[in-house]
Design a protein around this ligand. Sequence first.
Ligand code: PDD
Length: 277
Amino acid sequence: MKILMNTELVSRSDAKVDIEDRGYQFGDGIYEVIRVYDGEIFTLDEHMERLERSAKEIKITLPCSLSELKERVKELVSVNAVHDGGIYMQVTRGVSARNHLFPGADVKAQLIAYPVPSKRPEELQKSGVEAMTLEDIRWKRCDIKSLNLLGNILAKQEASEADKFEAVMIRDGIVTEGSSTNFYAVKDGTVYTHPANHYILNGITRMKIIEACGHAGIPFEEKGIRAEDLHQYDEVFISSTTIEVMPVIRLDNLEYSGGRPGPVTQSLQKAFRNLLP
Ligand code: PDD
């Protein structure tokens, strides 16, 4: 397998990370997960723009321009003959003696990207999944796709230990998002989701779902969903690059549309698939 290290494609065995890489020591970096369908990179521009935004928000200078990076990612996909799968990419602030302060400008950001297996979870998309709510203990810049994922992984682990697919997080009584997904609830045919502010990651799949709602004539509204109102909704679903539109049939002790994916979620699954290569 070839790995993209900064702007070079190198063999897996040559791709080494330094013990003083700030990503390793501080989680000081950002990442993206990108999907490849039929050999085509889905929403590459959007992912690269989000990477650039995350970098800017934490004052990291990317190792090359976005247009060069896109070319390198295309090469990576082609050299590794990725047909259906994913690309993981991360950028750290670079390697320097451990110190909380940023290193000098001579220290360059370190980028790596490589193919990861990813299959559409078609069975689960048909059956739906169960989820549980947990307190959102994360920091207040969840809009940055940061490598610091402790709050997310602790929540995902707790959900998994309770045999749930996802942890749906609640901050000050409002549902924010899942531990690695965006969250939506449907009422009387309208899809509601948290506004894209500092409390959630503005998912690329979320943006595409807004587009898909437009195509399918499904009304869409950004608003904070109160945890105490969750029982009033007809359907609930979550989304991400890897799971696309995933119905949630049970959330804590609430069951939605008779424990089966609801009609609006199913229409959106179809409309979303129509946007794929
Ligand atoms: N997670 N919210 C959080 C906290 C996420 O980690 C993700 C993605 C999303 C959905 O974003 P997108 O639609 O751009 O994938 C929302 C990725 C897949 C991960 O960490 O593996």
